[in-house]
Design a protein around this ligand. Structure first.
Ligand SMILES: [Ca+2]
Length: 546
């Protein structure tokens, strides 16, 4: 049973003023910034210049541990705008639109529209930029100016794709986001006497990292530190972190995924990404100033977030699309005129935004998330990432001080990762052996509770032993094979089957503890299989008796 705090009662108790009668008269300014990782002054960055967002943060509840459900534009947005997990929308790519897959869903802006709000949207809110008539009273996406540099425009014309960054010496409103800000300001003026939700979807700092030169100049002479994590986490499966070639598709970027970026290119990419953040920060500042000038500051709730993070060279990759902290963590802040600002360390999900906004508007909602103002909230964030070329779905559970990732193929867990953030906050070494079996099963049960439309069959679950954790060695001098399991691994149900080279089974026995020594018994060689009780081969090898 959901023990829901209605924000009304909370704020009435706290404020004891006329707010109680007026609580339904709050407007919403909902700002979504594309591909903005949790790197802002207010999130502890020493380098990013984000004074306007930081000023908003100082008046907001700042969620320091907020996570996207899918580190890819459309799957993430389709999730948090509908309040459904990606497994429930079924949207894992950029092509599907919510009305094609969940046609009757009530989106967050649609819910407010149904309750008398004027719903105005602009820019990148849903990924597809389609005008979802059900969500908006009006929607605007006619902005122009992707590249402005003449040389770059010629490159786009001749090659189809421009450079990964640009800094034309122009005013803010020559690029799209500046135009959007102007329109948003005009909409604030137009609707100031209405009850409204204005959703503004800024398109930077998404690639290409194009912003006016003055923001590039803000980082002149600053030595930006490049990541020292150059490859995917040790002992993680190959599909854990991949180079999706998102950045490499741009002009002037090495195309071979094995070719690392030069230091100069890396620093230019980082600087231009930061310049884009500062550009958007300035736009946010303009919107907040207009709220103040129009006297809307006292009755407008401001929410600022991103759809997912972005790797600036971490793991040797420039892009998103993984279950790791760099890609799933997002900034999230809520400014409510009646609520005490401060930092919040709860683990929260973007999925929780919809019920939180409904809660603040005093509207009942039915979603897979939980209002951030609910008592005894879940303390878990689930993210996922589909690798269609395997195909395998990776699910991440971010909880307490760790991340647990499991990869599912045909309903079976085939790989796992575990990162203890106290030991390894940047998630560089998969230490799955540190996760006790009891805790693993508890996590999977918890996962099923929240991802209930597509639960894991735990009864079928047999601990998968990562291949690299079993060492096989041949001790030829004494006619034996010896192999070793990590002591922590649960070997229940694991069988050793050995065949001679003619294919006849000569040994079938439960796995022995830790170190197994098996005699050749006169065979010239053997084929060895470690098999689960469900018949899945964990490890196999051919050994010849020398
Ligand atoms: Ca995005």
């Amino acid at each position: 049973v959901r023990n829901k705090i209605i924000l009304l009662s909370l704020t009435c108790i706290l404020s004891l003023n006329s707010f109680c009668q007026e609580k339904n008269d709050y407007n919403f300014l909902f700002i979504v910034i594309d591909d903005l990782r949790a790197e802002l002054g207010s999130y502890g960055s020493e380098y990013v210049k984000s004074p306007n967002i930081d000023a908003l943060a100082s008046k907001s509840i700042v969620y320091k541990n907020a996570y996207s459900q899918y580190a890819h534009c459309s799957p993430s947005r389709s999730s948090f705008l509908t309040g459904l997990r990606p497994d429930s929308t079924g949207i894992y790519n950029l092509d599907d639109h919510i009305r094609d897959v969940v046609p009757d869903v009530v989106t967050m802006p649609q819910l407010l529209k149904q309750h008398g709000y004027k719903s105005i949207g602009m820019g990148k809110i849903f990924h597809n930029n389609k005008n979802d008539e059900d969500s908006w009273n009006e929607f605007h996406n006619n902005f122009y100016g992707y590249y402005l540099d003449q040389q770059n425009l010629e490159i786009v014309n001749s090659t189809g794709k421009g450079p990964a960054f640009e800094s034309a010496d122009v005013n803010d409103d020559k690029y799209k986001d500046g135009q959007m800000t102007k329109l948003a300001v005009s909409k604030l003026r137009e609707f100031k006497d209405d009850k409204f939700i204005l959703s503004v979807g800024f398109i930077k700092p998404h690639l290409p990292f194009n912003a006016p030169k003055k923001y590039w100049d803000m980082y002149e002479g600053i030595e930006l530190p490049l990541s020292n994590i150059h490859s995917r986490p040790s002992w993680s499966p190959k599909y854990s972190v991949i180079d999706t070639e998102e950045t490499r598709s741009y002009y002037g970027i090495p195309k071979d995924i094995h070719e690392p970026f030069s230091e100069e290119l890396s620093k230019n990419l980082m600087r231009s990404y930061y310049a884009c953040i500062s550009y958007i920060d300035a736009q946010v500042g303009i919107l907040l100033e207009e709220l103040y000038n129009l006297g809307l500051e006292e009755n407008t709730i401001v929410i600022l977030t991103s759809d997912h993070g972005f790797k600036l060279g971490e793991y040797g990759v420039w892009g998103k699309h993984s279950n790791m902290e760099f890609d799933t963590k997002v900034p999230l802040m809520i400014h409510h005129p009646e609520m005490t600002p401060g930092e919040n360390d709860d683990i929260v999900e973007l999925l929780d935004l919809y019920p939180t906004i409904a809660d603040m508007a005093g509207i009942e909602s039915s979603t897979m998330g939980e209002s951030l103002f609910m008592e005894e909230r879940k303390q878990i964030a689930i993210s996922q990432m589909f690798r269609d070329y395997v195909p395998v779905m990776g699910y991440s559970i971010r909880k307490d001080d760790f991340r647990y990732v499991f990869w599912v193929e045909d309903g079976k867990i085939i790989d796992e990762e575990f990162f203890d953030h106290q030991l390894d906050p940047n998630e560089t070494v998969n230490q799955i052996e540190l996760l006790p079996q009891v805790q693993r099963l508890e996590l999977l049960k918890e996962f099923n509770k929240y991802n209930y439309t597509n639960p894991i069959d735990i009864d079928q679950y047999v601990l998968s032993i990562p291949n690299h954790k079993i060492e096989l060695s041949l001790n030829a001098s004494i006619d034996q094979i010896t192999f070793t399991f990590p002591r922590e691994l649960n070997l229940d149900g694991i069988h050793i089957s050995i065949f001679n080279l003619n294919g006849t089974k000569v040994i079938d026995q439960p796995a022995c503890r830790h170190t197994c020594t098996i005699n050749f018994n006169g065979n010239k060689g053997v084929l060895l299989y470690l098999v689960t009780k469900n018949g899945k081969t964990l490890k196999s090898g051919k050994f010849l008796n020398k």
